[in-house]
Unconditional design. Structure first.
Length: 578
């Protein structure tokens, strides 16, 4: 994940000063344990300023409004109590070339500053600190005691001390090229790494960007560079410093990250705030999605392995019980031909009642013929009872396997793309697994969504809506609440997957291309997505039923029609967003 470096922070502060200073602070809301949002209002607009001390995504930017869940964090309550109604009158760096920003609050523009909110963007040491105008710490997002840091503590009531100054050289336009060259070339190493190690305010992303600006490979060793290459690199270095001095930033998307220098190939973005907001929203969603999905997948894998072993054991016991009729047949033969038994026999050959074929029957030499027959009768009854007991247990294990495979398939689909809907769908899956007893209640996600997540939404060739469930909650809602008598319900045959609903207006009939489209999507949103084709059934929603006691998403159906779905052909279908 790309971190907010010094150049990006300066670009953000410059844009904020231009558009949001001065502004009235109306509210403070804490989104999570690493992020607060401040509601700002100017004469022209209203927005939410995000301050984050996330260890990988610390930032300062105008962001989307926070959710409407109750805010129970103490830190935001303290900020709200002290700052509500005051004016944000300035945003400035605490010290040159340091990633620390001072947000100053007063009664109104032009008045003396009453409060400071310091945002320190320093990786895992990032922090947000509220102090009085005399720099006495009132509260901090992360309290730092003497045991945690021998260099700098941050405690309520103590005077605020800025982060320790770095020992690296300060970039300057006045530095002669000879001194700059000598510093970077003194200890040979990769160009980008030497830039990061020896100068303040230079991040790995910026160092690589500077090298690319000079037409060099970032990994080139400093002892292998020619005089012309050093000249090109120094020119790029000065262009960067001019950009900072003149505050001429160009925001844009570049590869998997972003740029604020406007160098190289990039897709322009009209606002640094929007760029940073969207980038970290996407990255943090992906991170959260991956972590949660990995945890759930690990849990499910453990349960499924146990269930597979249990089902295999039940199958073996059933196979053994299939010898029940054979045992009874041998016992009947012994009773019918008991006169052929002789003392000491360990085996006896007797003709089958129907075919006359000789059947070998093992005997216990310590028992007579009738006693051996009785022993076989008892074994027959035991295996018969075992079969009666094992069959429902096997069915229960197979039903649970089908359910967990369905859940596993839903998790795999949510991990394909980072989005708010997929993340919410994944948390709904987690909540479902908690309700079903597969996870501990303490793994419940904090908070809830303001509204249900959206279904996957497509349009058939004839313009009909096709809705697809993201998880079992949506599957049940789609099938048993949303579907009407005119719709058509689809699902892969005996393969875990989503419920699919082809929605038809009253009096309309689906063409073959519409049915094929829905079948292809049902195959794609199933465990058969990598196959060339998969069997898909469709029927009327009123012919789909949930058995009593069935788990979420589990249904039975009747009067179905089978059609082949082609999961690899779904790219041509029109995906929509509700």
């Amino acid at each position: 994940m790309q971190t907010v470096d010094f150049t990006t922070l300066i670009a953000l502060c410059t844009e904020l000063r231009q558009e949001w200073v001065p502004a009235r602070l109306e509210n403070v809301y804490q989104r999570d344990r690493h992020t607060i949002s401040m509601s700002l209002r100017t004469l022209k607009k209203r927005g939410w300023l995000t301050l984050s001390w996330h260890p990988q995504a610390a930032r300062l930017c105008i962001d989307d409004p926070p959710p409407r869940h109750p805010d129970t964090f103490t830190f935001s309550q303290q900020l709200r109590h002290q700052l509500s109604g005051l004016a944000l009158v300035n945003i400035e760096a605490i010290a040159p070339w340091e990633r620390s920003v001072d947000l100053q609050f007063a009664n109104r523009p032009g008045d003396s500053v009453l409060w400071h909110v310091y945002l320190e963007v320093m990786g895992k040491y990032s922090n947000v600190i509220l102090t009085t105008h005399r720099n006495q710490v009132i509260t901090a997002a992360q309290q730092v005691g003497d045991k945690q840091s021998s260099v700098r503590s941050i405690q309520t009531g103590q005077p605020y001390e800025p982060p320790p100054s770095q020992s690296d050289a300060v970039p300057s336009l006045e530095e002669p090229m000879e001194d700059w060259h000598e510093r970077l070339a003194l200890v040979p190493g990769p160009l980008w790494r030497n830039l990061v190690k020896l100068y303040r305010g230079v991040s790995p992303v910026l160092a690589r960007s500077l090298a690319a600006r000079a037409g060099l490979e970032p990994t080139i060793s400093t002892d292998m560079m020619s005089a012309a290459e050093w000249e090109a690199m120094h020119t790029a270095w000065q262009q960067w410093l001019h950009l900072l001095n003149q505050n001429e930033f160009q925001a844009g998307w570049q590869g998997a990250g972003y740029t604020v220098t406007g160098w190289g190939h990039y897709t322009p973005e009209d606002s640094v705030q929007r760029l940073v907001s969207q980038y970290y929203k996407q990255e943090l969603t992906q991170q959260e999605l991956t972590q949660c999905g990995h945890q759930l997948t690990q849990k499910l894998d453990g349960y499924l392995k146990k269930l597979y072993r249990k089902a295999a054991d039940f199958q073996q016991r059933l196979q053994a019980s299939e010898q029940s009729d054979e045992l009874k047949q041998k016992a009947d033969l012994l009773m019918a031909y008991q006169h052929q038994w002789q003392p000491g026999m360990t085996t006896i050959m007797l003709p089958d009642f129907e075919t006359g074929a000789e059947i070998s029957i093992p005997l216990d030499p310590t028992k007579n013929g009738i006693q051996n027959a009785q022993k076989l009768y008892k074994k027959h009854q035991k295996t018969k009872r075992s079969r009666t007991a094992v069959l429902p247990l096997l069915q229960e294990a197979e039903d649970e396997i089908r359910y967990l495979e369905q859940v596993d398939e839903a998790i795999a689909r949510t991990l394909e793309q980072a989005s708010d809907d997929n993340l919410a769908a994944l948390y709904e899956i987690r909540d479902e697994l908690i309700q079903q007893g597969y996870l501990n209640p303490d793994q419940q996600r904090q908070g809830s969504r303001d509204k249900p997540t959206n279904f996957y939404h497509y349009q058939s060739p004839s313009g009909f809506d096709i809705l697809i469930g993201r998880n079992n909650r949506q599957n049940d809602e789609l099938t048993f609440r949303l579907a009407n008598d005119y719709d058509i319900w689809f699902h892969t045959q005996e393969i875990p997957g989503s419920h699919v609903l082809l929605r038809l207006p009253a009096g309309q009939v689906a063409d073959d291309v519409d049915l094929q489209c829905a079948a292809d999507l049902a195959a794609h949103y199933s465990r058969a997505r990598q196959s060339e084709q998969a069997p898909v059934i469709y029927t009327a929603p009123k012919l789909v039923f949930k058995p009593k006691g069935a788990k979420p998403g589990m249904v039975i159906y009747k009067q179905e029609t089978v059609i082949w779905g082609y999961p690899q052909k779904t790219a041509k279908y029109n995906s929509l967003h509700l």
